[in-house]
Write a protein that binds this ligand. Structure first.
Ligand code: B12
Length: 217
């Protein structure tokens, strides 16, 4: 299936760059089904690589910032249509998802959509938040699992401030999970910044949520 997913990612990338909403929808529909496994594959093997490639094209100067922005909007719309939220399962943990300080929000959107469509009660806490605001929002929303997405290395180091905020407010019941490129490049970084768990993909976010339901912390 690798080659088929690569082909779909390439098709999605072309559709996003040309702002072809119908073709974006058709690409999603080609894979999104009622099974969680299909949705996870769509997220991690088709959408994430297409967005990364568009982002890299921007980095290299061959795509405009407006194309990166519109690609994010079109993906968000299509996620709502093809990965609709399922009713929350009783007893499932409440999950908060946030981006610490930076504005790389595409990964957060995908993680939220996949968890929502699997029946988790997910609160999007926002992007560009400092550690104090992030923990304020997490506690207001009474989350059990706090998932923090970070794409810049200097921001990743500041996850330790989130841990410090949680400790200072006696929020020891909140499990702190991190994800994003810096944690993929250095698999031990999450421990050094005081996180409990680390995930590399939307599939990992689901696995961690399911393990929490099973009693793991
Ligand atoms: C697209 C992009 C942008 C877009 C962001 C658009 C948006 N709305 O998100 C724009 C153009 C705005 C942007 C801006 C900047 N960017 Co930028 N950007 C990227 C790029 C190319 C792709 C990121 C992306 O969207 N990937 C696709 C998404 C879907 O993947 P993802 O986030 O990794 O998420 C997946 C997994 O990681 C996982 N996941 C993510 N979070 C979590 C959390 C949990 C808990 C779990 C379990 C899983 C999980 O699941 C997701 C789905 O599979 C990266 C390069 C890279 N290699 O990452 C640079 C990159 C992150 N950017 C970088 C930089 C420097 C910047 C700017 C400072 C550039 C500038 N000079 O202005 C600004 C900073 C903006 C800010 N303050 O936040 C650097 C960071 C370098 C560093 N050392 O830290 C990178 C690495 C580029 C580079 N090669 O230098 N950027």
């Amino acid at each position: 299936m690798g080659a088929a997913h690569d082909a779909l990612a390439t098709r999605l990338e072309a559709a996003l760059l040309s702002l072809d909403r119908a073709e974006v929808g058709a690409t999603f529909a080609a894979i999104a089904g009622p099974d969680t496994i299909d949705r996870v594959t769509l997220a991690d093997s088709v959408i994430a690589p297409a967005l990364l490639s568009i982002g890299q094209a921007w980095d290299e100067g061959s795509a405009a910032l407006s194309q990166v922005y519109m690609a994010g909007r079109l993906v968000e719309e299509a996620l709502e249509r093809h990965l609709p939220a399922a009713p929350p399962r009783p007893g499932a943990p409440r999950i908060g998802v946030a981006v610490l300080e930076d504005h790389h929000s595409l990964g957060k959107r995908i993680v939220c959509a996949v968890l929502n469509s699997a029946g988790y009660d997910v609160r999007d806490l926002g992007s560009g938040l400092d550690a104090v605001t992030l923990v304020d929002r997490a506690l207001e929303q009474q989350v059990d699992l706090l998932m923090v997405s970070v794409l810049m290395l200097n921001r990743a180091l500041r996850v330790s401030l989130v841990r410090q905020q949680l400790s200072e407010r006696d929020a020891h019941h909140v499990t702190l999970v991190v994800g994003g490129a810096p944690f993929v490049h250095d698999p031990e970084l999450y421990r050094r910044v005081g996180a409990d768990r680390c995930g590399r993909s939307a599939a990992d976010a689901l696995r961690i949520a399911a393990a929490y339901e099973g009693g793991e912390r």
